[in-house]
Design a protein around this ligand. Structure first.
Ligand code: GRG
Length: 278
């Protein structure tokens, strides 16, 4: 299974579902819609939606039943990037080779576009539940809220912004919340909507966290910012950091041992997330 081919194959379906989700409700200011779309189209790798769809396949479900989870995690990802780029956080002018949202629009609009994307997640997950999957959708909302909230993405970002004397443990604790929680919740969200049981969900969650920390190490290696205090590069240097990422990837793949060939796309995506070059 080739992860790049999988990402390419799902992209048109994911983009169409995102387009549908972003269709402005009456009363939405045009400028806000434009700012919400700015980072989403064209998007990035769409790794999180792919993980959601592959999570559904891993438990022998139809990938498309996982589409609300796939869209929801990409919306959370987009909001977090918009806010992370703001002058009060990382103060970045460019992302994916284009001006960041506060540069292309203005700071207030960027904050509000992020807010609106995050709020859209409630709607995307809660609507069209006449397929009988309402209970699964509610559980998915709860899981995603936990992953994105104060003990997850937001908490990880808070600790990342605070001054720290980094140790392997403290850095990985930040990575587990800032990056890995959303990746894990992408997989479990897709699997849950496809009917996964609690045992499968627990294994997928553990695989997602281990691979997610490794994904962040790879991100730091690609970024090669040795001054970033919250990076394993700073703590152990690039060679050992790369080895740590490989170990975590093997741990993640081992958690998937109980799954059959239906989890091959998920295995390939986790490997790609850690071994990618962009
Ligand atoms: C503002 C609450 C809040 C959180 C911000 C997103 C974030 C947390 C920080 C941005 C920088 C960073 C290193 C985030 C970790 C996650 C990560 C590596 C994001 C990039 O994900 P990719 O590679 O991006 O999937 P694309 O562009 O492909 O979508």
């Amino acid at each position: 299974m080739d992860a790049r081919a999988y990402l390419e194959a799902i992209m048109p379906r994911v983009d169409a579902a995102l387009e549908e989700a972003l269709r402005p409700a009456p009363g939405t200011p045009e400028r806000l819609t434009a700012a919400m779309r700015h980072l989403l189209f064209p998007g990035g790798k769409r790794l999180r939606p792919a993980l959601a769809l592959a999570g559904a396949e891993a438990v022998d479900g139809e990938a498309d039943v996982a589409m609300p989870a796939a869209i929801a995690v990409e919306l959370v990802h987009a909001y977090s990037l918009i806010h992370d780029d703001l002058p009060c956080m990382d103060d970045d002018d460019e992302r994916r080779g284009r001006p960041t949202v506060h540069v292309a629009f203005d700071e207030a609009t960027a904050v509000l576009a992020g807010d609106a994307l995050l709020t859209l997640v409630f709607e995307v997950l809660a609507r069209d539940t006449d397929d009988g999957g309402a209970a699964r959708r509610i559980a998915t909302v709860a899981d995603l809220a936990r992953a994105a909230g104060a003990a997850g993405l937001v908490g990880g970002q808070v600790d990342d912004l605070a001054p720290m004397s980094p140790t392997q443990e403290s850095v990985e604790h930040v990575h587990a919340r800032k990056s890995a929680a959303l990746l894990a919740s992408s997989i479990t969200g897709g699997a849950r909507l496809a009917g996964a049981d609690d045992v499968a969900l627990a294994r997928l969650q553990r695989a997602g966290i281990a691979a997610g920390i490794a994904f962040q190490i790879t991100d730091d290696l690609l970024d090669a910012d040795e001054d970033d205090p919250c990076s394993l590069l700073r703590v152990m240097g690039p060679e050992k950091a790369r080895k740590r990422a490989e170990t975590l990837l093997e741990e993640a793949l081992a958690k998937l041992d109980g799954f059959g060939a239906s989890a091959d796309a998920l295995r390939a995506l986790l490997r790609y997330a850690v071994e990618r070059d962009r």
